[in-house]
Structure formats: C-alpha cells, structure tokens
Design a protein around this ligand. Structure first.
Ligand code: 5GP
Ligand code: ZN
Length: 138
C-alpha cells in the first residue's frame, strides 16, 4: 500500500523524480539529498512500511542482499573502500522519514568518522538481566 502524503512513497514509485541508482519490482535506490559522503544512497521499498518492525517478509528477505549489491558497485565505481548499511527506527534512533529505508553510505580512506559509538561497560550479571528483559518481549 502507498501513502500519497509520504514523500518516499512518491519517490519510490516515480511520482517525484530522483537520482535513481537501481530499480526493480520491489525497490528503488536513490541518492540521498544530504549525502554523508559521495554516493550516499537510500534503498526504498515501493510499498509503505513505517519502519523495520512493519517491513513485509519479501522486502525483509531482499533488502540486505540489495544493500550488498549497491555497496559492491560503489566500491567498484566510486573508489570507496567500505560502506555502512544504516537503518534508523524511531525518532530517538534518528529516523526522520517514516517510510522504511536503508542507508548505503560509502566510506573512503581518511574519510570522516561516522556511525561510531563509544563502548560502555556492563558486567555479566547485568547483561544476563537485560537479555531476560528483551526475551520477555519476543
Ligand atoms: P533517516 O534520518 O530517516 O534515517 O534518513 C532520512 C534521509 O532521507 C536523510 O538522510 C535525508 O537527507 C534524506 N531525505 C529526506 N528527504 C529526501 C528527499 O526528498 N529526497 C532525497 N533524495 N533524500 C531525502
Ligand atoms: Zn511511504
């Protein structure tokens, strides 16, 4: 299903033009208008899903492989030496457009630091307790 008020539904389905890198029956891959690095792309399903928790089974089964394919093409053509697949869910996680999308961010030698966090500390007992908490919601 598409939502006519959703910008990514409109882009994914070609209603609004975009710099398209790839398209098939399920996805359109476009360049991000505010790239974190040269070639930063977004994988957009053509159907509307708010986030990964809603993502349909077919899309979920295909999106990682597509991320790998786009990343490999970037390495061949743009000279990047790696790439990040990033996918934000919820405002607190940095999601700003509420149509599922996966970022493919090329990484270059001596490029700026991105997608990094400072490791914290947790003792094994604490890890066990938190694991139990999460398990209770599955
Ligand atoms: P989020 O923060 O939700 O994970 O990522 C949204 C991304 O979409 C941002 O990187 C932003 O630059 C990009 N974006 C938002 N609106 C548009 C648009 O209309 N066109 C394109 N190409 N990118 C967009
Ligand atoms: Zn949408």
């Amino acid at each position: 299903m598409n939502d006519e008020n959703c910008i990514f539904c409109r882009i994914a389905n070609g209603v609004i033009p975009s710099a398209t890198v790839y398209e098939d029956e399920w996805f359109r891959v476009i360049l991000d208008m505010g790239p974190a690095s040269k070639g930063h792309a977004l994988i957009l399903p053509k159907e509307h899903f708010r986030d990964v928790c809603e993502l349909g089974e077919i899309y979920a089964s295909k999106v990682l492989q597509l991320g790998g394919k786009i990343g490999a093409a970037m390495k061949k053509t743009l000279g990047c030496t790696g790439f990040n697949l990033v996918q934000n869910n919820g405002v607190s996680a940095g999601q700003t457009v509420f149509h599922f999308h996966m970022h493919v961010i090329p990484r270059y030698e001596h490029g700026k630091t991105m997608v990094a966090w400072e490791p914290g500390h947790a003792d094994p007992e604490e890890l066990k307790a938190v694991a139990e908490q999460i398990k209770a919601g599955l």
